[in-house]
Design a protein around this ligand. Structure first.
Ligand SMILES: C[C@](O)(CO)[C@H](O)COP(=O)(O)OP(=O)(O)OC[C@H]1O[C@@H](n2ccc(N)nc2=O)[C@H](O)[C@@H]1O
Ligand SMILES: Nc1ncnc2c1ncn2[C@@H]1O[C@H](COP(=O)(O)OP(=O)(O)OP(=O)(O)O)[C@@H](O)[C@H]1O
Length: 308
């Protein structure tokens, strides 16, 4: 008798920016305690998983040649982690993963984490496991600090190393312009640079997130713009001084404010509305301060199975 092969499953997954990122001291385990406000954006990756006798991974799209296509790929690690979690490690050897990237690689927008979250949901569906998102999030946290948020999306307050999440209700849509840099930045190096800067001086700290959470609830982008803040920005700018120019250029082009996204080097610019974002994007693209410009809005939902 022929075995029934389940149909492939495609999941769309958002990128993130950190509207607020407060970094505490270095912990003994090499991580930093964070208080952060994650915000999921409409710039997405798509991950398809196939049940197959020819396992492997294919990557196309934005920055594809920078993404590992071996067992080190975060999406492939997620497939293995889920198979182990449900006690069927051999299942991971019968999956082909195809990733279409829209999220810049090593851009501070959690692209690899997004692919890992997508792979978890896709395999849970492919294997008919029907696991609750909270259970997937437990597996996600073992793969990286940003992975659980990519499952839930929306806007959320993150604590711990970023994996403990509480949703932040936000009924308003905000409009963003994203400036991708020529090359990525390594997340551990940016955290290391912040530790170095703190040893020798006193880089600015963003403090608690309450005022920003109130601005989010108000839905007023002008209020929100005044409160965007990221403790890693000084470190990213120290490693990539050209980001200062990019941040200035976005505001000169008409954005309300700009902030380095996570560990950078992508810069996110908040705009008054969608039309303003298109204008800012066009002007910024002509300013010669970055590789590529995109517009996006947020918040958007987390990883979702796409209907064919
Ligand atoms: C910069 C952010 O994107 C902000 O959301 C995240 O903190 C990074 O999350 P991520 O890429 O999922 O990071 P992980 O894969 O968990 O960790 C990579 C490295 O980043 C540093 N790291 C990460 C998270 C954290 N709270 N403290 C850290 O110091 C550590 O050196 C760690 O070894
Ligand atoms: N599926 C994947 N997509 C992108 N990068 C991946 C993937 N799997 C592994 N990587 C590796 O992870 C590194 C970090 O890539 P990623 O795009 O996740 O960075 P990031 O967006 O800066 O992460 P974060 O914002 O979570 O700190 C890359 O240099 C790449 O070698």
């Amino acid at each position: 008798m022929l075995a029934v092969v389940p149909p492939p499953v495609t999941v769309r997954v958002p990128s993130k920016i950190n509207l607020h990122l407060s970094v505490g001291d270095l912990r003994e385990d090499g991580y930093h305690d964070l208080t952060t406000v994650f915000h999921a954006l409409s710039l997405t990756d798509e991950v398809t998983v196939y049940a197959t006798q020819e396992p492997g991974i294919e990557v196309s799209g934005e920055g594809a040649r920078l993404v590992p296509t071996d067992g080190g790929n975060l999406a492939m690690r997620a497939v293995r982690a889920l198979a182990d979690h449900v006690g069927k490690p051999d299942e991971a050897e019968r999956v082909r993963v195809v990733i279409r990237k829209g999220i810049p690689v090593a851009g501070g927008m959690a692209g690899g984490s997004a692919d890992a979250a997508a792979a978890l949901l896709a395999c849970s569906t492919l294997w008919g496991l029907d696991l609750h998102r909270d259970e997937l999030a437990e597996v996600a946290a073992t793969l990286g600090s940003d992975v659980p948020f990519a499952l839930y999306g929306g806007t959320a307050l993150g604590t711990g190393r970023g994996e403990r999440l509480v949703p932040v209700l936000s009924r308003h849509t905000f409009h963003w312009v994203l400036a991708f840099d020529q090359r990525g930045l390594s997340t551990p190096k940016v955290y290391g640079e912040l530790d170095r800067l703190r040893e020798s001086g006193d880089p600015p700290r963003v403090g608690p997130p309450e005022a920003l959470l109130e601005a989010l609830a108000s839905g007023d982008p002008r209020r929100l713009a005044l409160l965007l803040g990221n403790d890693l920005q000084a470190a990213a700018v120290s490693l990539r001084p050209g980001l200062r120019r990019t941040l200035r250029a976005g505001v000169s082009a008409g954005a309300l404010a700009g902030v380095v996204s996570g560990s950078g080097p992508t810069c996110a610019f908040l705009c008054t509305d969608g039309d303003a974002a298109l204008k800012v994007a066009a002007e910024l693209a002509g300013a010669g301060v970055c590789r590529t410009v995109r517009v996006a809005h947020g918040p958007v939902p987390g990883a979702r199975v796409c209907d064919e």
